[in-house]
Ligand binder design. Structure first.
Ligand code: ZN
Ligand code: ZN
Length: 146
């Protein structure tokens, strides 16, 4: 069986056999801090659709260091430090950031909208025709915990 999406590093492999439930261009400061990119293509998967072969080799840290009790954890490889995925302590979603987590970004569906855009930022509002929201798209529904 082949996975639709494969990411990770030489030590820990992350794969998904289902399509993401949300694809967006994230403008939030946390992504910016983690990736060093002004915007980040982020794909959400249902929790059960993204799997890891060696979870015991992952270090976990709060995704948002300013909100250490938040639900999302950044998982990194204990051997090489590569970013692998975001895991949801509430088991609703798992998150891939294709171009920093070892995936072929071009194999992913294109992001459908801009998320967490903040008008006070010192760069222009995106004008590529995709909707721009200050959060996730309003119709996004968090899956039930797995
Ligand atoms: Zn973000
Ligand atoms: Zn590694």
């Amino acid at each position: 069986m082949s996975s639709s999406y494969k990411g990770g590093c030489d030590h820990v492999h992350v794969s998904a056999n289902a399509e993401p439930i949300d694809n967006h261009v994230c403008h939030c400061n946390v992504c910016k801090g983690v990736t060093g990119q002004q915007t980040t293509h982020v794909a959400f998967f249902n929790y059960g659709d993204l799997s890891v072969d060696h979870p015991e080799k992952m270090n976990r840290q709060p995704f948002n260091k300013d909100n250490p009790d938040g639900p999302l954890e950044l998982c990194t490889c204990a051997e090489c430090g590569a970013a692998l995925m975001l895991d949801d302590k509430q088991k609703r979603i798992r998150v891939a950031v294709p171009n920093v987590m070892g995936y072929n970004d071009s194999s992913f569906p294109e992001a459908t909208y801009h998320a967490f855009y903040d008008g006070s930022k010192d760069y222009a509002k995106p004008s590529d025709g995709r909707p721009v929201y200050e959060g996730l798209r309003p119709e996004f529904v968090w899956p039930e915990p797995a």
